[in-house]
Design a protein around this ligand. Sequence first.
Ligand code: UDP
Length: 330
Amino acid sequence: MKHGSILVTGGAGYIGSHTVLQLRARGERVVVLDDLSRGFRQAVLDAPLVVGQVGDRDTVLRLLKEHGVDTVMHFAAYTIVPESVSEPLKYYGNNTCSTRTLLECCLAADVRHFVFSSTAAVYGIPSGGIAAEDTATAPINPYGTSKLMSEWMLAGVAHASPLTYAALRYFNVAGSDTGGRIGQATPNATLLVKVACEAAVGKRAQVAIFGTDYPTPDGTGVRDYIHVEDLATAHVDALTYLRAGGASTTLNVGYGHGFSVREVLASVERVTGKRLDVREEPRRPGDPPALVARADRIRSQLGWQPKLDDLDTIVRTGFAWEQRLLREPW
Ligand code: UDP
């Protein structure tokens, strides 16, 4: 059966661009919609890119029709937890309201499948620091709430129409393309692995540990770090599943085990051979102590098989990318 093309919103961003690479390697027809507010033209390589906003109904409708889109992968969003705490309406506008417009366009254009970038932040502070898909959602910051509201809209739309979806709740993405072509280029990055790799290449002087008094084994925050290529593969697997008639689903995407901030920094020192200048600071607003996935469902439902489940490998690819960015800034 011949499939339509895939609209990838936010395809010039970190996770979206890695997914575009894999989709194109499989011979899928892809069109990227990105406003380049946080994404990079270079990240899409030679994939078709339309510069515009997800909340712009006319642009989206035209794209869906002109490109014969039958599947939307929706990555475009603001994703920085502390920023969402200080500027909540920016997050509800760009993440929630824009998703509503996008869904309206999908219905108007008879889009069949929708793959949504959700987040483990929908769980807030789950008991024991571990979240399964049926763990109660209770976000503790506007970022998580903005994504949870989108999940709810998606569920309502799927109930009322033939559209099927996969909502993927990402844990902590890190690392970069093992082929060295693309990576995360965000200025003023806040994600731990990237920040630490930037310090290792000398781009920043110090690394802060936000909170050393958490109820975790070494007092620092624990997260389930997943390589961006394995996360991208989850989207490709979700596409295959939905096309085969799979029912709408919500899935954690993580490896199912966590590392503390101190363990991550130790890995960066081990892999890079550099000593980091580490400063201990107070907790960061909006951060849960621990957040690790129960990650069985995605393996059984999609047949997802991670290939890069190794902290040092994640760090190695992230570090290689920072070295390249230093030589050739984006
Ligand atoms: N973190 C840190 N220093 C940093 C960035 C992050 O100590 O410079 C901690 C943060 O408090 C959390 C973990 O590292 O415990 C992961 O944070 P990140 O921002 O990478 O992702 P998040 O879990 O907020 O999505």
